[in-house]
Design a protein around this ligand. Sequence first.
Ligand code: ATP
Ligand code: MG
Length: 253
Amino acid sequence: MIKAVGITKKIATGKVLLNNISFEVRKGEFVGILGASGAGKTLTLKSLIGLMDLNAGEVWIEQENNQHVDIYKTKATVLKKLRSKIALIFQGYHLVQRASVLENVLMGRLGSISTFRSLFIGFNTNEKSEAFKALERVNMHSFANTKVSALSGGEKQRVAIARALFQQPNLLLADEPISNLDPKNAKTIMVLLKELSQLFPVIGVFHQPDLCAKYCSRIIAIKEGAVFYDGQPNLDEKTLEAIYGDELSSILS
Ligand SMILES: Nc1ncnc2c1ncn2[C@@H]1O[C@H](COP(=O)(O)OP(=O)(O)OP(=O)(O)O)[C@@H](O)[C@H]1O
Ligand SMILES: [Mg+2]
């Protein structure tokens, strides 16, 4: 479970970037965050992992012992442990270009393996076979030994998703995970995210309301830094117009 309460972020000019955002997402939910460019979607995701210096608000995350922790108030050690269980698929991938696809996936678990073991002993055969299975789920297993620098944007996107799977998270946050993918791969990833939401909450930012209507269990639309809509995923045209304004025609084409 993750719960945002009254998240508010202002900048020195007085502009409000995030305005009193609240929502709760539980296991079994695949939430699609929609909104026009600049609405505050990425900032909302960043605030959920404690990366924002908020003016007000709380973010509660359920720990493995079922206790809830406000990540903006907890100790650094607890925050580090919580973060090692949050899979992030952010714009820009954060992959190591010089390492192979398989090595990048294995890095997904570095937060929970001692530095000594990862640097000097490496990963065991079981871990390698699990990492390979994660690559199979995103159809990237044939690239296991390829250097990431040699991949296309969409292929890198799928490696980032495989790394998130291998991490065995209890929460998954994804910023535009299908934006570089062709329709077939976009569908594969949406099916996978939906399936994963049965194991832990999944929150993704998307620019594809049609795919969200099909695969997400709920939509949260952000407009001018505030929650404009929170509900069932099939949005009518009037609501879409209100969310996107002039951008709607480019979103639907
Ligand atoms: N550090 C910052 N200082 C000032 N303004 C910022 C800062 N970071 C983001 N913003 C502004 O906050 C607004 C929301 O940004 P955000 O990245 O969340 O947009 P978004 O909804 O993810 O848009 P997109 O769909 O284009 O990715 C934008 O207008 C952006 O310019
Ligand atoms: Mg963004």
